[in-house]
Design a protein around this ligand. Structure first.
Ligand SMILES: [Zn+2]
Length: 187
């Protein structure tokens, strides 16, 4: 991890009210090694792939082996998604929304389309990272990891709602994966 990425990441953590702990090299279930920035504090942040191409992970995540494996596979999947930055999501959502607003002559409909595209895009990004986790760890381990995470972090009701809006449920991701596999397999 270069100095600039690290100092940017530290600044980002400070903005979130989190405390920098250490830079850790973690071995993924796939055998691949990944450097992560470990932090403490901040109840709203569990783990994130940042715009500085670094991964930040709350120290509590390491209390559960399954939770750690899930978070690591999920966040490294995000690092590979070059399109996952919000600027790109906003750019691809805004053009169709403006067109809809012009054709319907209704700014509200345009805004609804924009919000739907933006959240749809976010769900696709999370679906992609979670399907990578399911492929690597298996659905049962991912479910157990999520249960461990809940026990470790006690999300607030508001946090839970926000998470539900921005992330597809794991059972839905699994269902879609199976459906796609069935379709692919029937060729
Ligand atoms: Zn994610």
């Amino acid at each position: 991890m270069d100095e600039k990425s690290l100092s940017n990441t530290k600044r980002y953590l400070a903005q979130k009210g989190a405390t920098f702990r250490e830079v850790l090299t973690v071995t993924l279930p796939t055998g691949q090694e990944q450097e992560v920035v470990v932090f403490s504090g901040s109840r709203s942040l569990v783990a994130q792939a940042t715009t500085f191409d670094t991964i930040v992970v709350h120290e509590n995540v390491f209390r559960s082996e399954k939770c750690k494996d899930y978070v690591m596979v999920h966040e490294t999947a995000h690092l590979r998604q070059w399109y996952s930055h919000w600027q790109f999501a906003a750019a691809v959502s805004i053009i169709p929304s403006v067109l809809v607003a012009i054709f319907t002559q209704n700014i509200v409909i345009g805004f609804v389309v924009f919000a739907a595209l933006l959240f749809g895009f976010k769900w696709f990004i999370e679906f992609n990272a979670d399907s990578q986790s399911i492929r690597t760890l298996g659905i049962e381990t991912v479910r157990e990891a999520k249960a461990d995470g809940k026990a470790l972090f006690h999300p607030t009701i508001l946090g839970h709602i926000f998470n539900r809006i921005t992330h597809p449920p794991i059972s839905l991701t699994y269902l879609v994966m199976r459906a796609l596999k069935l379709k692919l397999g029937s060729k």
